[in-house]
Design a protein around this ligand. Structure first.
Ligand SMILES: Cc1ncc(COP(=O)(O)O)c(C=O)c1O
Length: 460
């Protein structure tokens, strides 16, 4: 029987959520052009679209927010944030920005140009968007274990280092503008990356003088997995493990909306490269704002300073990662195929297995999300072929390695009974999966189309 770890917090404030009827949901999803991002949150019962910025802040964070210093320049809240961030990451330069993609926008155009390539264990969609906007090519290089959703491997998010070496030789080291290590590896199912793999990737990057960028959105969860699963790491503190991870990087981008447990915010950091620091500073001012606020309110920076500390707390991490594991274990008990082991922040249902009759170009994972919304008012999202923008040259729909329907767990937000409800609705859906035939895109943007695309159900 799946085991639930009691939360290390209690509830002080509640936010009502509403159950809707099946008929209301049919109408709501139709009016949203079958795009999960276009649904009104008031039409959603359990919102698992993302864990990004949907976290519940603590009493300490709200208190810090009330003390936020809104000075344009030299804000005390900026100083507080810098003190905490430097203590965690130990990089020479750390810059607040409004969210993770802003960090990407500050950094990637300085590393990548037309004709270059960025290699990652897996670029997240916004990361891949910024690589493409810089004119460079996106190449993913995750361990082949990731594609085998049913078999347990502790570090399915690892970089395939043999392939990485081959790719560097193929493209030529001068053409590889950066190597991006995404921890945890969101697109492979929130899967962990081992410290040994991060260190090996760091060594390869140094050997070829290619900057290693850490996409740190879920660095604390990744460190927790390293402590739990990697030999010789069990007695170390999360903070020490984090120190070792970041010692390998030359720069990092960070969406604080995940492991920073805030609703908005991000950081970009550079270990020591003076030119890169100069380049970032010159981009921050026109795009994000003055250096000591970088697109954030003083109160946001104050809340992030506290959230960074709370996000590294081992009891919190055990409970949070434990919630995902509980939901994953319940799904497996009920026969729902998921990426196994369960990721840190979400359960990823293997839509290829649930809806094998739907080809990638009719988006099985997106279809599963729409079906689960109709079944129980639960909102997830596609991490499969639908989030891949069509090939910019040919316009052809690309096929993802995995068709995963992602159901994220916002931090400190839902309870055990909510998770039980989700598992039961997924199990109910398994019995009806053949009723769904997939979707067609009616209208789409060129980059990151999944946020705004309009779709319609496919009919033969
Ligand atoms: C791994 C990863 N990198 C980058 C981002 C982008 O962060 P943001 O949404 O704050 O722009 C996300 C967001 O979900 C992510 O999961």
């Amino acid at each position: 029987m799946a085991k639930y770890i009691p939360e290390p917090y209690r509830i002080k404030m509640v936010e009502p959520i509403r159950q809707t009827s099946y008929e209301e949901r049919v109408e709501a999803i139709r009016a949203a052009d079958y795009n999960m991002f276009s649904l009104a949150s008031s039409d959603v019962y359990i919102d698992m679209l993302t864990d990004s910025g949907t976290n519940a802040m603590s009493d300490q964070q709200w208190a810090a927010a009330m003390r936020g210093d809104e000075s344009y320049a030299g804000s005390r809240s900026y100083e507080e944030l810098m003190e905490v961030a430097h203590d965690i990451f130990h990089y020479k330069y750390i810059q607040p920005v409004h969210q993770g993609r802003a960090a990407e926008n500050m950094l990637f155009p300085l590393l990548l140009k037309e004709g270059m390539v960025s290699i990652s264990n897996y670029h997240f969609d916004t990361t891949s968007g910024h690589v493409l906007l810089s004119g460079a090519k996106v190449v993913n290089c995750v361990s082949p274990e990731a594609a085998d959703t049913q078999n347990y491997a502790p570090f399915k998010g690892n970089m395939d280092t043999e392939k990485l070496r081959r790719l560097i030789a193929e493209y030529g080291e001068e053409k590889v503008g950066c190597i991006v290590m995404t921890i945890t590896c969101n697109s492979a199912g929130g899967q962990a990356v081992s410290l040994a793999n991060i260190q090996e990737t760091g060594a390869i990057a140094r050997e070829h003088k290619i900057p290693l960028v850490i996409d740190a959105a879920r660095y604390a969860e990744n460190a927790f997995f390293i402590k739990e699963r990697e030999e010789g790491q069990g007695d170390r503190t999360i903070k020490d493990i984090v120190g070792d991870i970041f010692a390998e990087g030359d720069a990092f981008t960070f969406s604080a909306k995940k492991d920073g447990i805030v609703n908005m915010g991000g950081l970009v950091g550079v270990r020591e490269d003076a030119d890169l620091i100069k380049g970032i500073k010159s981009r921050v001012v026109p795009y994000e704002g003055f250096l000591t606020y970088g697109g954030l309110n003083g109160r946001d920076m104050a809340a992030m300073a506290v959230g960074l500390i709370e996000g590294l707390d081992e009891n919190f991490l055990r409970s949070y990662v434990g919630q995902a594991k509980y939901l994953g274990d319940r799904c497996r008990e009920l026969g729902v195929p998921i990426q196994y082991p369960t990721g840190g922040h979400a359960v990823f249902v293997d839509a290829k297995k649930v809806m094998p009759h739907i080809p990638y170009y009719r988006f099985p994972a997106h279809t599963l999300c729409v079906a689960l919304y109709l079944e129980g008012g639960i909102r997830g999202c596609d991490i499969g072929s639908f989030i891949l923008d069509p090939d910019p040259q040919t316009g052809e729909q690309l096929e993802a390695d995995m068709e995963l329907a992602r159901f994220c767990i916002p931090r400190r937000t839902y309870t055990q009974s909510h998770l039980d409800y989700v598992a039961e609705k997924l199990a109910d859906l398994m019995k009806k999966s053949e009723e769904f035939q997939g979707f067609e895109v009616v209208e789409q943007a060129k980059v990151l189309r999944h946020f705004t695309a309009r779709l319609k159900p496919y009919t033969a």
